[in-house]
Design a binder for this molecule. Structure first.
Ligand SMILES: NC(=O)c1ccc[n+]([C@@H]2O[C@H](COP(=O)([O-])OP(=O)(O)OC[C@H]3O[C@@H](n4cnc5c(N)ncnc54)[C@H](OP(=O)(O)O)[C@@H]3O)[C@@H](O)[C@H]2O)c1
Length: 294
């Protein structure tokens, strides 16, 4: 059926693993949902639960005041959507991408009456619809506030600011934290396995270290923001000594020393730049610039 005459609360474009979970959560929350997918068969279950299947992406968009899009990437998004159909409507794009793509898409979409919110989903499909699913959203706040109830049906909707690039930036910044913890843990596991210590034995201590380190971040954030780096805990010279031990131990035991060498090189450069008496937070100067070639 054509949905151009329907009057649903929300449209979902893209019914893959994630888009299907979004539509499912919206139906479960009692919303009237119009859906469209390039491969229409993926809508069958949703339709059996009350979703309206549109016969084109344009018809789907015009069926609701707000459209959630969740396709593979921004190229697919532009193939699917006609910005003209968004006149007077809000697009919440939950497709993963980078901040430049988000800002470009905001310019592509925005016209009088059309509003663009960009989002990032920090969750896997099975937890969509629960508080565990964090949905980061950036763009015009009035649109976020108006459609907050819809976004809350998906998980914990978190507004970041007016710049549409922010959700993609928070996405990668958050993943940087995740990979840093995981890689540090794997380095420790590899070191301890050389002494016959299983990962499961090391992990309670590793967890304490990760939690303790996370507790330093608020204080270090104040140092970075104020650009004052008093060595309240340890100087960069002390860290340089410790990192040399990590590199040497890894090399001697025959485990991968690439990550420790990167850590050590960053601290060594800061020490060479005269920051040996400052705190670890002073390393922001090594991160906030383009990387050097090896
Ligand atoms: N799955 C996760 O755990 C997860 C977590 C966070 C964020 N995300 C993000 O959510 C987005 C969707 O992920 P997913 O897991 O749902 O992927 P998926 O299961 O592979 O689904 C991809 C969706 O994009 C559609 N699509 C792809 N290319 C298209 C094109 N050229 N024209 C029209 N439709 C097109 C597919 O349509 P067809 O059905 O017709 O192929 C399908 O609806 C991605 O950006 C992903 O990074 C996913």
């Amino acid at each position: 059926m054509s949905s151009s005459s329907t009057n649903s609360d929300v449209t979902v474009i893209g019914l893959g693993l994630m888009g299907g979970a979004l539509a499912d959560a919206l139906l479960a929350a009692g919303h009237r949902v119009t859906v469209w997918n390039r491969t229409p068969g993926k809508a069958a279950d949703l339709v059996s639960r009350g979703a309206l299947l549109a016969d084109s992406a344009d018809a789907a968009v015009t069926a609701s005041p707000v459209t959630l899009a969740c396709v593979s990437d921004y190229t697919a998004l532009r193939q699917v959507l006609d910005p003209g159909a968004l006149d007077g409507r809000v697009l919440v794009n939950l497709t993963s991408g980078d901040s430049a793509q988000a800002r470009d898409t905001a310019r592509w979409v925005e016209r009088p009456g059309a509003v663009y919110l960009d989002g990032a989903i920090m969750a896997v499909p099975p937890v969509i619809g629960t508080p565990e699913a964090v949905i980061l959203v950036s763009g015009p706040q009035a649109a976020f506030d108006t459609h907050r109830a819809l976004l809350d049906a998906l998980g914990t909707a978190t507004y970041l600011g007016a710049d549409q690039g922010l959700s993609a930036l928070y996405d990668v910044a958050g993943l940087s934290m995740m990979w840093s913890v995981l890689n540090g843990w794997l380095q420790g596991v590899a070191l301890l396995r050389t002494a016959g210590v299983d990962a499961s034995v090391f992990t309670p201590f590793a967890t304490l270290m990760a939690q303790g380190t996370a507790g330093w971040l608020d204080g270090y954030a104040e140092q970075v923001d104020s650009r004052k780096f008093p060595p309240d805990d340890a100087t960069l010279a002390t860290h340089a000594g410790g990192l040399a031990h990590l590199v040497e131990e890894s090399e001697r035991l025959g485990v991968n020393a690439e990550l420790p060498r990167v850590f050590a090189a960053l601290v060594d450069r800061a020490v060479a730049a005269g920051q040996e008496g400052e705190s670890y937070a002073a390393l922001i100067d090594q991160f906030a610039r383009p990387s050097r070639s090896a």
